[in-house]
Write a protein that binds this ligand. Structure first.
Ligand code: PSU
Ligand code: MN
Length: 303
């Protein structure tokens, strides 16, 4: 076991018995959703993973220690604490050395999961190439992490706050395998379709597990990205969400929001402008991803 990392009993036991474990991120709790829905979501998603027969491992940094698996008090702390930093790859060493609190992004959660020997990670949406990238050069570190770190990420695509075609091009250039689950189109988070075709897809969690195994057997670096569309009954009206995203981006520009604050600002602005409707969709797609991620993790454990 490495320095600076500690495990909950539940996760430690599951890992030592080689049972399926599914990682969860904490930026979605601290900077992605408002209280108290964030902590409710965090609890429910863990329970869904348990019901599916896998073990959840929510990951965060608490007082300079990487925690793999959190207590309920720790989930509440992340959901309410004002001094929890948004931690991506670059921030990890500083937050550890200064013994601070950090909520891990997709990139940072992948790093911690890989160090803990966890192969599967469920979230809502990944970061990507931001719109207006030509001037800002704003590209999420999540994309580079998918190219480097061997963790399979299950998400509902990426939000149209991003430049989705360029996000896909970036992933292609970096050699990241993007697999659609029961879809041949990149899902756009709140909606099932983006108009961007996928080259690779599968309808079968067992085949997805087998694809990961083949990649590992060959020693290919980097992760896999599995994109799972939001269930039809929770998907949003594309025109409404499109307009909301456009006006949220305008508001961010008007206020001069930049860097790591862009994504959290846009997420909260969208919830505000849809009067909470988008939040219900966001929560439901996380649950849907948790079911799929657990099934793939179980299929992999049975290989
Ligand atoms: N997209 C979402 N919800 C989120 C995030 C992205 O729909 O909560 C979070 C994730 O933690 C992701 C991070 O890794 O935002 C990306 O931030 P940035 O664009 O600053 O890299
Ligand atoms: Mn950025």
């Amino acid at each position: 076991m490495k320095k600076n990392i500690s495990y909950s009993e539940e996760v430690k036991t599951a890992l030592s018995e080689r049972r399926p474990v599914v990682a969860l991120e904490s930026t979605i709790i601290s900077h992605g959703m408002p209280y108290p829905m964030n902590v409710e979501m965090a609890r429910n998603v863990e329970n869904i993973i348990r019901q599916e027969g896998a073990t959840p491992a929510t990951i965060a940094i608490l007082e300079g220690e990487i925690k793999i698996g959190l207590t309920d008090e720790e989930l509440v702390l992340l959901a309410t604490h004002k001094n929890v930093k948004k931690v991506s790859r670059r921030d990890i060493p500083v937050v550890l050395a200064r013994k601070l609190y950090g909520a891990t992004t997709v990139a940072a959660t992948m790093i911690c999961a890989a160090k803990a020997g966890i192969k599967f990670f469920v979230t809502g949406g990944i970061g990507g190439v931001h719109r207006g990238f030509e001037t800002t050069m704003d590209v999420s570190a999540d994309l580079e992490e998918l190219a480097e770190t061997p963790v399979t990420v299950i998400c509902a695509g990426a939000k149209a706050i991003l430049d989705l075609p360029r996000t896909m091009e970036y992933l292609e250039t970096k050699g990241v395998t993007v697999l659609g689950y029961k879809t041949d189109e990149l899902p756009a988070f709140y909606t099932r379709k983006s108009g961007i075709p996928l080259q690779l897809f599968s309808d079968d969690p067992h085949e997805l597990a087998q694809i990961l195994k083949s990649k590992e057997d060959l020693g290919l670096r980097g992760g896999l990205l599995i994109v799972n569309p939001i269930p039809e009954e929770y998907s949003m009206d594309p025109d409404l969400i499109g307009r909301t995203i456009d006006s949220s981006i305008k508001e961010a520009d008007r206020l001069g929001i930049s860097g790591k604050d862009v994504t959290p600002f846009l997420l909260s602005e969208i919830v505000k402008q849809t009067e909470g409707k988008s939040l219900e969709s966001n929560i439901q797609l996380v649950y849907n991803n948790a079911k799929l991620g657990s099934r793939i993790a179980k299929a992999y454990a049975a290989l």
